[in-house]
Ligand binder design. Structure first.
Ligand code: UT7
Length: 321
């Protein structure tokens, strides 16, 4: 039994913030941000929450899949920026869409969150426990950024992406590769909540996201090609046979480097970071939904997916569409 993606959806906040807008509130420029990252603008939430964007993305994915809320057995949501510690964002989505038959929970694998969630759903579906799952990656990163740290805050955005997956006898995911290296976790770190215990003195350090960009960059340009090579080998497919590579949207230079290392044309790497920035767990499903809406995805095509980032974590997969 395989796990097939049968629908996608996404939601971005209404408020668009360009690099020029940022240069009015901090010492930065469109030239610096776009030449170093490829990012030109991002959507930053004002009214929207992680849950409200997740619900919208989920509804659009269900509509695209032609699946009702009652048919969903499982909701897994990858995020580092849920609105509450409890209830989970997945449970908020369950309530809002009326998926009363579903089991719902969040996972934290940062920018690999959507891919890790897909892998969990794949294991449940292959074992026959569940048949239909809603997988979501959603973030409101703007609320956990350090807006005094120009080297990090300009990179990120807010949004949500979703996919409905279902058991299928013929087609779907052909291989997964996941990894974690907690020993290097502090190169991309942010405290979830400051300690509210009156008996404990807490430091304000790391209250917001802090990143050693160069270390994360070095990690990404080695871990992602290695993971993609592994997953291609496991699927028995060469890089040339892949129609599209849908990668986590952190930096155009990382994507160009991966394309070069795999000896594949950059044209096979669709981009959303130019108008979305880096949306951590939401990056891959939003990109996938844009590809779907733009008619890029045809039955039988082979797509490679890869997420990487905080943890450190990485995850790749090959799927037959
Ligand atoms: O999803 C998680 C995955 N995250 C990533 O993949 C991020 C990976 N890392 C990167 O993409 C890059 O390391 C960055 C884009 C974050 C930074 O690029 P860089 O080429 O490594 O720049 P840098 O940190 O070495 O900074 C170069 C200069 C510094 O000035 P000096 O010391 O050379 O005078 C910074 O102070 O650029 C300065 N700078 C800025 N200037 C204008 C840093 N941020 C900014 C800014 N605007 N926003």
């Amino acid at each position: 039994m395989k796990t097939r993606i049968i629908g996608t959806g996404s939601c971005l906040p209404a408020n668009v913030v360009t690099n020029d807008d940022l240069s009015k509130i901090m010492d930065t420029s469109d030239e610096w941000i776009s030449s170093r990252t490829g990012i030109r603008e991002r959507h930053l939430a004002k009214e929207e929450t992680t849950a409200s964007m997740s619900v919208e993305a989920a509804k659009r994915a269900m509509e695209n899949a032609g699946v009702t809320a009652e048919e969903i057995d499982l909701i897994i949501l990858g995020t580092v920026s849920a609105d509450y510690v409890t209830p989970s964002c997945a449970c908020e989505v369950q309530a809002a869409i009326g998926a009363k038959n579903a089991v719902a929970f969040d996972i934290n694998a940062a920018c690999s969150g959507f891919m890790f969630a897909l892998h969990i759903a794949n294991a449940y579906i292959q074992s026959g426990i569940y048949r239909t799952a809603l997988i979501i990656g959603a973030e409101t990163l703007s609320k956990i950024m350090d807006w005094n740290d120009r080297s990090t805050c300009v990179l990120f955005g807010d949004g949500a992406g979703a996919a409905v997956v279902r058991a299928d006898e013929n087609t779907g995911f052909l291989a997964f590769d996941l990894g974690s290296d907690g020993s290097r976790g502090m190169v991309l770190a942010g405290l979830n909540r400051t300690n509210n215990n009156p008996l404990v003195e807490t430091s304000k350090e790391l209250q917001y996201v802090h990143m050693d960009g160069q270390e994360v960059y070095k990690f990404a340009v080695t871990a992602v090609p290695a993971s993609l090579h592994k997953v291609l080998e496991d699927a028995g497919i060469s890089a040339e046979e892949i129609d599209y590579f849908a990668l986590h949207q952190a930096n155009i230079r990382i994507i160009q480097s991966v394309a070069k290392r795999l000896k594949v044309s950059e044209d096979k790497f669709p981009i959303s970071l130019d108008h979305c920035g880096n949306i951590s767990a939401a990056s891959v499903p939003i990109l996938l939904d844009e590809m779907n809406k733009n008619g890029l995805l045809k039955p039988g095509m082979k797509i490679a997916l890869s997420g990487f980032g905080g943890g450190l974590t990485w995850a790749s997969a090959v799927v037959e569409w």
